[in-house]
Design a protein around this ligand. Sequence first.
Ligand code: NI
Length: 158
Amino acid sequence: MAIRRVIEVGDEVLRKKAKEVEKVDDKIRELLDDMVETMHKFNGVGLAAPQVGILKRIIVIDLYDDKGPIKLVNPVIIKEKGEQEVEEGCLSFPNQYAKIIRPMEVKVKALNENGEEIKISAKGLLAQALAHEIDHLDGILFIDKIIPGTLEFIEQNQ
Ligand code: NI
């Protein structure tokens, strides 16, 4: 496993549409593991492949609960319900946070790391994280959706 460089705001790769993965093979599994390691290193709750410079439809999420890291290939939101106003940040936007409206519940279809089709029903923070990371795959960033006037710059004490 290896830590990858996280691409930050200003790089055009974050605006590109990622391509579907045709086959979940060892190379994809290695990327998934690297992405989990990178997300953990920077204390993130999610990371999308374009953020490490790879335009493939791959995301990882970890809410640091008993579900452990979630690794998804070709995720698609097939249903969403309700709204929640949340505080949000992104590893590609260090120290920036804003309020944003996300769905309260989502149902996502994806492939797992073995290439098997799975469905995830999520609420609250997990629904927020899934929506955020899946947006990255279409070049959509959280700053596109912020509630005006809510962007804040907060230095984290490391
Ligand atoms: Ni992000």
